[in-house]
Design a protein around this ligand. Structure first.
Ligand code: ADP
Ligand code: MG
Length: 385
């Protein structure tokens, strides 16, 4: 989806009021009746049609004529506009640049602030793919039958923001979170390649260990990434350090299916290293062991608890999770599997890391949780440090 932010600041106050009225009306109406828009925006009905017409022309709302009544719907573009305008009012974003990523559930742009510093804006787009399927299948949304995509996209952004903040504050290698509005998260731009693009590595064992150590570190803090794979691990161009992104599916180690998610993350790394680097290790972290170790930790170090207390509560998490489960398989993993066959193309665009590139130091000193640490293969020199 094209994001047009060239004229974020140019909307008359009346247009802005009407656009906001459409957004508010969307909470309870799939198609917001023009009469309701008039009522919410408190504008004379004479002028409103003209304003709605101009908003529709700019693609911020779309007119819907249905059997019962005529009305308008907020478009993705309109929701983007409102979010970016909010960020621009706070001077977090002043210009929108290139799109650097498009997932099934997000669009990623490089943006700049007033000082010209580059940042990453992630627009969450839940419901883009299967909104209709979900609507027809489920009724759990209860009264909130309309605007599911808006609500869920915002919830997803709020979750990502909450987790990224807590992780960053606790020294995890994640982008620095900078701001959040509606369905958007603004974060530090990492100068990195996704792991997926790296075709060769001077020491896959070292990288493997540091990634498994990260999984263990997350778990010791009560968390499981839930989508820990070559798309969501960035390798810093200068330091070679892995940086983890993409948090809407994170779960607590106390989640009913925690062990399943944990093993799946571990398995993703094992599979990728074997397939890409022909690298296989005899060691990998085991859930039960890590949980046992975690029990010794103070409650205050349970970041799952910290997040739940930070404003993104359990109810929100459950609601988002239910929704994501329904979408089933719309994550990066299914992307990864489907691309397995096109490995050729993948390699042609892949970037080899050469020996001059810095390789991450030993993953960490946390050997606990890794079985048979002594059998760590010889490829992994820095382990001995
Ligand atoms: P999705 O939920 O769609 O998978 P991600 O958060 O994983 O979205 O981001 C998609 C892609 O955008 C990543 O694979 C990466 O290439 C790029 N990207 C995301 N965040 C950053 C960032 N902070 N710095 C640099 N690149 C990023
Ligand atoms: Mg991703």
């Amino acid at each position: 989806m094209k994001l047009d932010a060239t004229d974020i600041r140019y909307l008359s106050s009346e247009e802005f009021r009407v656009l906001t009225a459409v957004e508010m009306g969307s909470k309870n109406h799939e198609v917001v009746p023009t009469s309701l828009i008039t009522q919410i925006s408190k504008l004379k009905s004479g002028g409103i049609n003209k304003i709605l017409g101009s908003l529709a022309k700019r693609g911020l709302v779309s007119r819907v004529q249905n059997a019962k009544y005529d009305g308008y719907r907020l478009t993705y573009g309109g929701y983007d506009f409102l979010a970016i305008r909010a960020l621009s009012k706070r001077d977090s974003v002043t210009a929108v640049g290139n799109q650097i990523g498009v997932g099934k559930e997000s669009d990623i742009y490089v943006v700049t602030n007033a000082e010209g510093e580059e940042r990453v804006l992630k627009l969450h787009r839940l419901g883009r793919v299967s909104f209709r399927a979900i609507k027809s299948k489920r009724d759990y949304l209860g009264k909130r039958k309309s605007a599911t995509w808006m609500y869920m996209s915002r919830l997803s952004a709020q979750k990502e923001w909450a987790f990224m903040k807590v992780l960053h504050e606790n020294g995890f290698p994640v982008p620095k979170p900078l701001d959040q509005a509606r369905h958007c998260v603004l974060m530090e731009l990492i100068d990195a390649y996704p792991l997926r693009q790296i075709s060769e590595h001077p020491s896959p064992g070292t990288l493997y260990s540091s990634l498994m150590d990260l999984i263990v570190r997350f778990a010791h803090a009560g968390l499981i990434h839930g989508d820990f794979n070559e798309f969501n691990i960035l390798i810093h161009r200068v330091t070679g350090e892995p940086i983890v992104i993409d948090f809407p599916q994170m779960v607590s180690t106390r989640h009913a299916n925690a062990e399943f998610y944990f093993n799946r993350d571990v398995e993703c790394i094992k599979t990728f290293f074997l397939r890409r680097f022909g690298y296989q290790s005899l060691v990998w972290p085991r859930f039960s062991r890590i949980i046992k170790e975690g029990e010794k930790d103070e409650e205050s170090f349970r970041l799952d608890v910290v997040v739940a207390a930070s404003g993104f509560g359990r109810k929100d998490q459950e609601e988002l999770e239910k929704y994501m489960e329904m979408q089933g398989g719309d994550d990066d993993r299914s992307q990864s599997e489907s691309e397995e066959e096109s490995d050729e193309d993948e390699h042609s665009e892949a970037v080899p890391l050469n020996d001059n590139d810095v390789v991450p130091e030993s993953g960490s000193d946390k050997e606990q949780g890794v079985e048979n640490a002594s059998e760590q293969d010889s490829d992994d020199e820095s382990r001995t440090s």
